[in-house]
Design a protein around this ligand. Structure first.
Ligand code: B1M
Length: 212
């Protein structure tokens, strides 16, 4: 039954079993289950649960990374089919760790959660100068994610917002910031549109800002 297979995909993502996820997604494809169902009711549903568990401290970073690996294993099977079926991502997002900062574990977790929620995500990398964020906004990103782990680099977030203003792009793109030293009051101070304390909340914040 389709429900059983999709439920199995969801559970295998939650438990981080990449081999089983891949097998079950292959089975779902063989059984002609709609690819959007495999994505939404299997893989994304699983990552949603992982997000909630992570937020509630029931899951820690390693469990999230393992679940994301399982999700990627399943995604690898259906990606060509998604392209063929013309399924659109929820929105295009871009994210980077700001200039001067080389920390990327938190940023990568945010990417996994965003992708897991059905967004297309451009990874701008680490040590990203404001011009690269501006370029991503020009290329159509609806939200820019900025990550910083150092008190000495968090100030670079303001430079990104100033660069967007200078280019007249600030009203076209939302800016979400996060990272260990970041707070809501800092987001308010520099004029960011949103702050998320963790990767799972970053999904909720983007959906809230884009009214999804
Ligand atoms: Co660095 N480092 N580090 N480091 N490092 C910290 C951050 C530090 C707190 C350690 C300490 O002193 N106790 C300290 C910062 C002090 C400060 O500024 N207040 C520090 C320092 C000082 C440094 C160097 C300056 C050390 C040196 O060379 N003297 C140097 C700086 C290099 C640079 O960036 N220019 C440095 C280097 C490094 C390594 C390269 C060795 C390595 C990074 C490897 C890598 O990322 N690939 C590293 C690491 C690993 C750490 C610690 C140990 C762990 C960071 C981490 O990955 N945490 C860290 C101490 C600590 O936190 N215990 C430390 C796990 C990760 C999942 O959490 O990134 O916070 P985090 O992400 C969270 C949230 O913050 C949020 O979601 C994630 C969880 O859900 N989040 C977002 C993050 N980005 C978000 C974006 C969003 C939303 C949420 O929206 C867009």
């Amino acid at each position: 039954m389709a429900e059983d297979i999709l439920g199995g995909v969801k559970e295998s993502v939650i438990s981080g079993n990449a081999t089983k996820t891949k097998e079950l997604v292959e089975k779902a494809v063989r059984e002609n289950i709609d690819v959007s169902k495999i994505l939404n009711e299997g893989l994304i549903a699983g990552m949603n649960v992982v997000g909630v568990k992570f937020k509630n401290n029931e899951f820690y970073v390693p469990e999230v990374l393992i679940a994301a690996r399982a999700m990627h294993a399943g995604m690898g099977i259906i990606e060509p089919l998604i392209a063929k079926a013309g399924i659109q991502p929820l929105a295009k997002l871009a994210i980077g760790t700001v200039k001067g900062d080389l920390h990327d574990i938190g940023k990568n977790l945010v990417i996994m959660m965003w992708k897991g929620a059905g967004f297309e995500v451009e990874d701008l990398g680490i040590d990203v100068p404001p011009e690269k964020f501006v370029e991503a906004a020009k290329k159509g990103a609806k939200v820019l994610g900025l990550s910083a782990l150092l008190t000495t680099t968090m100030v670079a977030m303001k430079d990104v917002i100033e660069a967007l203003k200078k280019e007249g792009l600030k009203d076209q793109v939302k800016v979400v910031i996060g990272g260990a030293p970041i707070t809501q009051s800092y987001a308010d101070e520099i004029g960011a549109d949103g702050y998320a304390p963790d990767a799972a909340s970053a999904v909720d914040k983007v959906k809230e800002l884009l009214n999804i």
